[in-house]
Design a protein around this ligand. Structure first.
Ligand SMILES: Cc1cc2nc3c(=O)[nH]c(=O)nc-3n(C[C@H](O)[C@H](O)[C@H](O)COP(=O)(O)O)c2cc1C
Length: 181
C-alpha cells in the first residue's frame, strides 16, 4: 500500500450515538439511501459496551456535534465506557422516543435498526430514519477537525489550576498526561 493516509480524506463527522442504556462517540456514520425514511449506517466496535446494547435494542439515536460543542461531551462519550461510568449523569440530554439525545448538539436522527453486518472488529448497524430534528445551527464537526484540534479540545484545568490534556488514548483519568505551567 503506497499511502493508507488517503483514507483519512474520507469526510466523516463526529456524532454521539445513543441507545437504551448507553452510547459512545462515533465517526463511522453514513447515509446509504434517500427518500422520506433513508437508511443510515453506523459501525460500532465489538469491544464497545454500546455494541452489546445495540444488539439488545431496536433503535438508536445519532446526535450531530458541532465545532462549538462542549468538549466534555466528546470526552465523556468517546474516552470512557458505560462499563465504568454513567455517561448520562455527566451530560445534559433530552428524551425523545425513549432515547436520550445530547442537548448541546445541532440536532438528531432516530433510527429503527433493520439489519446488521458483522466483520472481525465492528458491527455495521443499519437503521431506518423515523424521527429527526434540528436544535441549533453550528458547523458540523468533521473527524479531521477533531483530529487536528483534539489537544485543544480535550484540554482541562486540574484541581491545582494547571492546564492539562486528557490523553486521547488512555482516557479521562490521566489528568497528569501532559501538564503545562
Ligand atoms: C472522535 C471519536 C470517534 C470515534 N469513532 C468511533 C466509531 O466510529 N465507532 C466506534 O465503535 N467507536 C468510536 N470511537 C470510540 C468510542 O467512542 C469509545 O471506544 C467509547 O469509549 C466506547 O464507549 P462504550 O464502551 O460505553 O460503548 C470514537 C471515539 C472518538 C473520540
Amino acid at each position: 500500500m503506497k499511502n493508507k493516509k488517503i483514507t483519512r480524506k474520507i469526510t466523516q463527522g463526529v456524532y454521539a450515538l445513543t441507545t437504551l442504556g448507553g452510547g459512545c462517540i462515533v465517526d463511522a456514520v453514513s447515509q446509504i439511501s434517500a427518500g422520506d425514511n433513508p437508511l443510515i449506517s453506523v459501525a460500532v466496535m465489538k469491544t464497545n459496551k454500546t455494541n452489546e446494547l445495540l444488539k439488545n435494542n431496536n433503535s438508536f439515536a445519532i446526535s450531530v456535534l458541532g465545532n462549538n460543542v462542549d468538549s466534555k461531551i466528546i470526552e465523556t462519550f468517546g474516552l470512557n465506557s458505560m462499563r465504568d461510568i454513567n455517561k448520562f449523569e455527566k451530560v445534559e440530554t433530552v428524551e425523545i422516543e425513549n432515547l436520550k439525545i445530547i442537548k448541546d448538539s445541532i440536532g438528531y436522527m432516530i433510527c429503527e435498526i433493520i439489519d446488521s453486518i458483522e466483520n472481525d472488529t465492528h458491527t455495521l448497524f443499519i437503521g431506518r430514519l423515523k424521527e429527526a430534528d434540528i436544535f441549533q445551527e453550528d458547523e458540523p464537526m468533521t473527524y479531521s477537525y477533531y483530529q487536528e484540534n483534539k489537544d485543544e479540545l480535550l484540554k482541562v484545568v486540574t484541581s491545582k489550576g494547571k492546564t492539562a490534556w486528557i490523553c486521547p488514548i488512555c482516557g479521562a483519568n490521566k489528568l497528569d498526561f501532559k501538564v503545562k505551567e
